[in-house]
Design a protein around this ligand. Structure first.
Ligand code: ZN
Length: 195
């Protein structure tokens, strides 16, 4: 019996990187949660459906990933609503989770997500798989600290500065290491897990 962790992948679906991440997860027989951007899901509906069909959970990461603080509240609410609508149209069901871009929990957006029945989920540990420090060795160092119960932030979409190419270099070994430590990743449960 292994303890659970919750890998999460933001900013996809991305035709270059998401399929490779899905393959790595499938080989390890693990599941994750994908916080998808609505307009990316509309561009890649088949890929979006293959994520859900593989048993991964899906969350709303807004329609176009605008920075939560850099828009009027009306536009901010629309980002949440339109993100959910895009995912529902592609998947045929509502996303169960919400995560704001850049982890900025603006009250009007979290309120809108709650009205849509989405549970807001942040993270306990970030792979920091972006920018200058998002190199494979540094990502591996950070992932080595993952513990039972952690929600882990990663990215499957480029969205400018993310580095899924670097993440993919270390992801298979990381998943093997999890097994060795008696951990495995599952999709986020619909209800908050007991701490
Ligand atoms: Zn994001």
């Amino acid at each position: 019996m292994s303890a659970e962790i919750y890998l999460t992948f933001d900013d996809g679906p991305d035709p270059s990187w998401t399929p490779q991440i899905l393959d790595v997860l499938a080989q390890a027989r693990m599941h994750a949660t994908f916080f998808a951007i609505g307009e990316c899901a509309q561009r890649e509906p088949a890929l979006m459906r293959s994520i859900a069909a593989a048993g991964h959970a899906v969350g709303n990461h807004t329609y176009s990933h605008r920075h939560p603080w850099l828009m009027r509240s009306r536009a901010a609410r629309a980002q949440v609503r339109d993100g959910a609508k895009a995912l529902s149209e592609v998947l045929g069901r509502e996303p169960a989770f919400f995560r704001p871009p850049h982890g900025r929990a603006r009250p009007c957006m979290t309120d809108e997500a709650r009205l849509q029945g989405e549970r807001m989920v942040m993270w306990d540990r970030s792979a920091i798989d972006w920018g200058w420090f998002g190199t494979a060795p540094r990502i591996a160092e950070r992932l080595a600290r993952v513990q039972a119960g952690d929600i882990v932030l990663m990215h499957d979409g480029r969205n400018q500065h993310n580095r899924p190419d670097q993440l993919l270099q270390v992801l298979p070994d990381f998943l093997r290491e999890l097994v060795r430590k008696g951990l495995r990743s599952t999709a986020l449960p619909l209800h908050r897990p007991a701490a």
